[in-house]
Design a protein around this ligand. Structure first.
Ligand code: CA
Length: 332
């Protein structure tokens, strides 16, 4: 049931019971390989009729909790453990993942700003179109793993968005809660145009995403949270047998754009607050020291509102306009 105009083909069936490991094959003629292809690893596990979960990691190629948890799941999950179907793509943007890069090295496109994509567009646009036209319509529940990548670091959370349809929003937040991360957030996006999130939500699906860490690596703790979380979501969706282990979570919201703090100038960051710590309005978040001289006072960045630090710039140096800090508010 591929869209004729999109050249991506699956090497395995989607509607056959059992475990199938294969690829999405995307023809990519280039200087290194005249008749070559981008091969996106894909596992489909099916056991009879039932709901379908679509699970993705490395939508951004430098975020690793999703890839780790989904490699483990693809290796371990057996058809007898499920009812319905699980579609697993640990490396959604495979060229970006192989380059350890947020965006694709082939076309410079950020997959999570490329939706709905284009069947005759660039490599990344074709991947987006295939998800939009083929994979998302198959799904009842969609889990897309994110983390901070090389430039951001997050407290671990699963999240949903405010949606026009209150029933859909409730279902999405229930699935995010079921994931069982230490925090559950109603996320306010700074730039939602072209996101996979918006595309999936517009198709009426139950959508969960995460931010589980960052810095371009994974920790033992964040890997555990990701592995447990994906199983919890599958149990919540009625696909995987067993008992969910959702654990404690703290609910957070992001009431306004003042949650986001950008760097007013280039510099060397001295954080004044660590992830998970609470601040009042006006509290110091960070000093930004000059890169080119001694003896000058640092620029002080203060909290624009009260909240909990849920994300911070990761590298020691920052540029004007970079995201420095993100606050969220404990839900009453
Ligand atoms: Ca991301």
């Amino acid at each position: 049931m591929t869209t004729p105009a999109n050249p991506i083909r699956s090497t395995i069936p989607f509607d056959t019971d059992g475990v199938h490991h294969g690829f999405l094959r995307l023809p990519h003629s280039n200087n290194d390989s005249a008749w070559g292809a981008v091969m996106i690893p894909l596992t489909v596990i099916r056991n009879g009729a039932g709901p379908t979960a679509l699970l993705t990691g490395a939508n951004h190629g430098d975020e690793y909790e999703g890839p780790v948890a989904l490699q483990a799941l693809a290796h371990e999950l057996q058809p007898a453990q499920i009812t319905g179907r699980v579609i697993i793509l640990p490396y959604m943007n495979q060229p970006a993942f192989r380059a350890a890069s947020r965006v694709s090295p082939i076309d410079g496109v950020n997959l999570n700003r490329a939706f709905p994509g284009h069947p005759r567009g660039t490599v990344t646009q074709k991947i987006a179109d295939y998800f939009q036209q083929v994979l998302v319509p198959m799904a009842d529940v969609v889990l897309d793993f994110h983390s901070g990548g090389k430039t951001l670091d997050f407290v671990p959370f699963a999240c949903g968005h405010e949606l026009d349809d209150p029933a859909q929003q409730t279902a999405c937040l229930a699935a995010a809660r079921a994931f069982g991360a230490p925090f559950t957030v109603i996320l306010r996006e700074i730039d939602a145009v072209g996101m996979y999130d918006s595309a999936v939500e517009a198709q009426g699906k139950v959508f969960v995403t995460t931010e589980l860490g960052g810095g371009g690596t994974v920790t033992a703790r964040s890997a555990r949270i990701a592995r447990t979380g994906v199983r919890n979501v599958l149990i919540h969706a009625g696909i995987l047998q067993g008992e969910a282990e959702p654990g404690e979570t703290r609910f957070l919201t992001m009431p306004d754009d003042a949650c986001y703090h950008a760097a007013p100038q280039d510099g060397l960051i001295e954080p004044a607050v660590d992830l998970g710590e609470a601040v009042a309005k006006g509290d110091l978040l960070a000093r930004i020291w000059p890169l080119d001289r001694t003896g000058a006072a640092p620029l002080l960045v203060v909290a624009q509102r009260p909240g909990l630090l849920i994300a911070r710039h990761f590298p020691g140096l920052i540029r004007q306009g970079d995201c420095l800090a993100v606050l969220a508010v404990e839900a009453g």
